[in-house]
Design a protein. Structure first.
Length: 106
């Protein structure tokens, strides 16, 4: 197995851990979690000069494993399935598993 394959496997494992941990909370539809400490993630977007990394301040997560946050003053929703960093995935998994959030009831 190559190192690239190992990283891809770790990425899949972390995404699965996040989803399972979120599902185990047994939230009602429309409920969400709000992280105790908001954090930054970065996504790649195309710019006129080429691809750039754009920061998003993540504050919570809702149904369908959608992270919610703010980037440049605008609300952003992004699926955990498309995060680009295994470190970001690991951080989210650790926060959910350790209970570093509150539940927002709809």
């Amino acid at each position: 197995m190559t190192h690239i394959e190992k990283v891809k496997n770790l990425e899949s494992e972390l995404i699965s851990t996040i989803k399972t941990s979120y599902d185990n909370l047994k939230l009602s539809e429309g409920d969400a979690i709000e992280f105790t400490n908001p954090f930054h993630i970065y996504i790649t977007q195309d710019d006129y000069a080429g691809p750039i990394k754009v920061p998003i301040v993540i504050s919570g997560m809702m149904d369908n494993y959608i992270l919610v946050g703010v980037s440049d003053g605008s609300e952003v929703e992004i699926s955990v399935d498309i995060l680009e960093s295994v470190y970001e995935l690991a951080y989210i998994a650790d926060n959910i598993k350790s209970g570093e959030f509150s539940i927002l009831v709809n």
